[in-house]
Design a protein around this ligand. Structure first.
Ligand code: SAM
Length: 293
């Protein structure tokens, strides 16, 4: 018997809340803690920041890991760079959620006019700037960025035919994000988009939340003339295959590898995961996943 197995100290480990919305896996992930930094409650949720040995600094909301220094670039690049490369010339961008600033940082890599980040929980923004500046990398002080503290559901109702790209960087659909996977909300998102506008959604884990992924993709396909789903492994998200759904007013099938390669070469952005190859390969789903969609 491996002695380490019997005598690990639970107090040295952070175990994620197993009650993740739509999660059917009954997998509970533990992270060996290096240092606890902050634990407190806001009006909306429990907020925790801590250092772990493998993933570095981590933000958890209601006990669910939202982002880690080690692999946040995979998640944020897939969520933000795919729509920003698909859209010919995005100028006005809206991020709903994204309080850690990782999506904001990705969007600001592009020559946009303005980006609005609408986050319901002011505390997540303030504490992320204090404990996780390595993720936002100064994006909050960029003059092209406007941070709005509001429920995204209300903010979107006041906009029509206005944005080129909308990024839904929301927590799992329990708590404050509960209603932001509804058909109604996606209809309002479509209304808020300009001609050829598109939405990009973190649509859950293929591995642990297949019903959530299927529901979101089905609703987006119902509302938008064009929709695509991609996958990428974000190791700190229960090590499963994560999904990223795009809904578009433009016909995505008309956008070629050449279009993406040309833009990629021209922009020369500093990216660690996204590339023209990843853009297309990540859309190829194995048979068992295709059948579920
Ligand atoms: N990467 C994470 C994930 O995949 O679960 C998401 C990270 S980001 C921190 C999620 C943010 O969405 C949180 O800061 C949360 O406060 C925010 N949020 C949840 N519901 C919201 C709503 N109705 N309007 C605006 N922001 C919301």
């Amino acid at each position: 018997m491996n002695k380490n197995y019997t005598c690990f100290k639970k107090s040295q480990w952070y175990f994620e809340n197993p009650e993740v919305p739509f999660d059917i896996s009954d997998i509970m992930i533990g992270f060996k803690i290096k240092k606890k930094l902050y634990s407190g409650k806001s009006q909306f949720q429990k907020i925790e920041f801590f250092d772990v040995y493998y993933y570095g600094r981590v933000l958890a909301l209601d006990g669910i890991v939202q982002t880690s220094e080690k692999d946040e670039f995979i998640y944020h690049e897939m969520l933000c760079q795919v729509p920003m490369f698909l859209h010919k010339n995005p100028k006005r961008v809206l991020i709903v959620g994204g309080g850690d600033g990782g999506s904001l940082e990705e969007i600001l890599k592009h020559k946009i006019e303005k980006v609005w980040m609408v986050e319901i929980d002011k505390k997540v923004i303030e504490l992320s700037q204090k404990y996780l500046p390595s993720i936002s990398k100064g994006a909050f002080s960029d003059k092209r960025a406007e941070v709005v503290v509001e429920d995204g559901k209300e903010f979107i109702k006041r906009h029509e035919d206005f944005f080129d790209v909308i990024v839904l960087d929301l927590s799992d659909p329990g708590g404050p994000a509960k209603d932001l996977i509804s058909l109604n909300f996606y209809k309002r998102v479509k209304k808020a988009l300009r001609k050829n506008g598109m939405v990009s959604i973190q649509s859950g884990s293929f591995t642990c939340q297949p019903e959530l992924v299927r529901t979101i993709f089905k609703r987006v396909r119902k509302i938008f003339p064009s929709a695509e789903i991609r996958r990428a492994v974000v190791p700190s998200y229960q090590a499963g295959e994560y999904s990223f759904t795009v809904g578009s007013k433009a016909n995505l099938k008309k956008i070629t590898v050449k279009d993406i390669e040309r833009k990629y070469k021209k922009l020369k952005l500093n990216l660690g995961y996204y590339s023209p190859e990843i853009h297309f390969i990540s859309k190829i789903l194995p048979k068992y996943l295709k059948e579920k969609m």
